[in-house]
Write a protein that binds this ligand. Structure first.
Ligand SMILES: [Mg+2]
Length: 126
């Protein structure tokens, strides 16, 4: 039995966050979900919540956007190996996301099956 994931979901849109969480809750490989509404909140959560092993990241957010979050994450030795799946409506940010360490990329609207397939790829890393 592979280990179950603790996921940090980051999105400034409350409806998106609830939609993603409801999809994740049905996934048998997922143990728990924590939520943040911008990159800065997410960085603080990473330091206070132990055991996060996958991040789902929106790009367009106030205060600290997804790309800035990725850049910060890369500079943190304790977190820079964490897989990040970018979930965004803006397909033009794809290269930028990968250049800054994203593990995978999905274009919104997110479909349950696509998200599950991407998560399975992360599970296979462990
Ligand atoms: Mg957004």
């Amino acid at each position: 039995m592979k280990k179950k994931l603790k996921i940090l979901a980051i999105d400034d849109d409350f409806i998106n966050l609830k939609l993603i969480s409801s999809m994740l809750k049905k996934n048998i490989y997922i143990d728990s979900i924590v939520e943040a509404t911008n990159g800065l909140d997410a960085l603080n959560l990473l330091k206070s919540e132990l055991g996060i092993n996958l991040i789902l990241l929106d790009i367009k957010m106030p205060i600290m956007d997804g790309i800035e979050f990725l850049i910060n994450l890369q500079s943190m030795a304790e977190f820079n190996k964490l897989p990040v799946i970018v979930l965004t409506t803006d397909e033009t940010r794809k290269n930028e996301a990968f250049e800054n360490g994203a593990f995978d990329f999905l274009v919104k609207p997110i479909r349950d099956q696509e998200l599950s397939a991407k998560i399975k790829k992360v599970i296979d890393l462990f």
